[in-house]
Design a protein around this ligand. Sequence first.
Ligand code: DC
Length: 223
Amino acid sequence: MSVNIAIDGPAGAGKSTIAKAVAKELEFIYVDTGAMYRAMALYLLRQGLSSETTEKMGEACANAEISIVYENGAQQVMLNGENVTGLLRQEEVGNMASVSSAVPQIREKLVELQRILASKENVVMDGRDIGTCVLPNAEVKVYLTASARTRALRRCKELEEKGVSCVLEEIEADINERDHRDMTREISPLKQAEDAVLLDSSDMTIEEVKEAIISLYKKTKEA
Ligand code: DC
């Protein structure tokens, strides 16, 4: 049987960096579920839908075939046969994903894909509802968070490194808005699973967070 590590938390908490590092060390597969929601959002944007047209999204998603492949260990997201990985980090796509991920048909479709992956492979999967909904029996569950200001600073740094200028206050406002949407939506809202361990990365290094998760994993193996 495969081993599953679930890492949930708000945008910018460092989930993907940490999950990737943990997966590498344990030789597990890293599954970034946010990228799947982003690929779906990209599809909807390409269909000419806007975030105001949620009622059309359920039907539209039926024609989007999303799958995951790995290239040199890195997750690549395929949308109807096209590798769209490089297009998913744009703010427009992220904002659309935050809206479209609340649509039941979209969640059903992507949760099914996520469960299939986790049943076949040892995975470190990150997202918003992995411990609460997708993999309720995951061996390790972590809720990774950080203050909104810390997360905005990290995002700005990331953008500036790519040569994109940004205004910290705008990024922070965006983060707060997205948190609110993710935490208050009706289906699978972002929340800490009862049996998840809370880690606040505001004052922790990547290495410290990684080690904390690996030691949780080792404890479950010994138990
Ligand atoms: O982690 P991210 O920023 O790439 O996620 C993009 C959006 O997708 C985010 O606003 C919430 C949504 N999402 C979700 O609803 N469930 C998941 N398991 C992962 C992401």
